[in-house]
Design a protein around this ligand. Structure first.
Ligand code: NCD
Length: 312
């Protein structure tokens, strides 16, 4: 397969063609097999990845760094923004142009929507968006579809129900554009009215002919759901603390709800969870969220190797 990703920035899931998605999923699968066989990999030998995190992260940063190490590359990191020169008022452009002097690839997470684009404009090397505020989180969405494919054996003809803070959840804003590329996918959105999916996204999904329904309760859609994608209410995006307090416990997927749902339900969550999924659900066989988190490694290996043009 030609490497369609070579030299690209990864900024938004809207950028991907179906051929590019196939390439990423196939490359991740190959790396997954190599990881399982214990093969030592070195395509990123002598390359340095910089991970710049101006917002909290556990899975995204660690799985990017693990991915780079597994490819034989090295990592430098800013995990605490208070220790970087951004805390002294340095501009994004200056920070990026500085880091370019040290690294071959940059992963960035930042609280402002559009920050990854801004970094990409300043940079001459590939930028991978690890979350820009309530905007996009494309690498998460790629590991999410990789997980759906593993759990369900396919990406076509599925009903996927996304639940929670659909207004502020960047993983949802990213994932829906990928799911919409597969035949016969039906999307159900469950959110309180104040936290519904932004209208421009609903409109765009309609324009590409995706079958979309919206609900404020999850009981009814779960009866026809193959994959439920739970999300936390994004506390840090609320201006009004009182509003957060009122909404935080609104959806809880407990054993009773799972019993009443369609048989064989796959449960996903980008994590961290707050109270959306009680821990006694973890031993249910369809509870895929920790497998989903682990899938961050092969997907991010694929992305790092593809954008660098160093797949093997
Ligand atoms: C998500 C994020 O940061 O957007 N976490 C992640 O990357 N796995 C989800 C969240 O914070 O709720």
């Amino acid at each position: 397969m030609t490497n369609l990703l070579h030299g690209q920035d990864i900024l938004s899931t809207k950028q991907f063609s179906r051929d590019e998605l196939d390439l990423i999923l196939e490359t991740a699968e190959q790396y997954n097999r190599k990881l399982e066989s214990g093969e030592k990999l070195t395509p990123m030998d002598n390359q340095v990845l910089a991970t710049l995190f101006f917002e909290p992260s556990t899975r995204t940063r660690l799985s990017f760094e693990t991915a780079m190490h597994k490819l034989g590359g090295d990592v430098v990191t800013i995990a605490d923004p208070k220790t970087s020169s951004a805390a002294k008022g340095e501009s994004m452009a200056d920070s990026i142009r500085t880091v370019e002097g040290y690294a071959d690839l940059i992963v960035i997470r930042h609280p402002e929507v559009g920050s990854a684009e801004e970094a990409a404009e300043a940079a001459s090397l590939p930028i991978l968006n690890a979350g820009d505020g309530a905007g996009q989180h494309p690498t998460q969405a790629l590991l999410d579809i990789y997980t759906v494919k593993h759990e369900e054996g396919k990406l076509e003809d599925l009903t996927v129900t996304l639940v929670g803070d659909l207004k502020n959840g960047r993983t949802v804003h990213s994932l829906v554009y990928l799911l919409a590329q597969y035949e016969g996918v039906k999307l159900n959105f469950v959110a309180p009215e104040q936290l519904s999916l932004p209208r421009d996204i609903v409109k765009e999904l309609g324009e590409v002919g995706t079958d979309v329904s919206e609900y404020t309760r999850m009981g009814e859609p779960l009866k026809e759901t193959d994959v439920v994608y739970m999300t936390r209410i994004q506390e840090e995006r609320f201006e009004d603390r009182q509003e957060y307090e009122e909404l935080k416990g609104v959806y809880v997927l407990d054993k009773e709800k799972i019993e009443a749902a369609k048989e064989g339900l796959t449960i996903m969550h980008p994590l961290p969870r707050v109270n959306e999924i009680p821990s006694d659900v973890d031993d249910y066989e369809g509870a895929a969220y920790f497998r989903q988190a682990a899938n961050g490694v092969p997907i991010r290996m694929a992305l790092l190797a593809l954008v660098s043009g160093r797949v093997n």
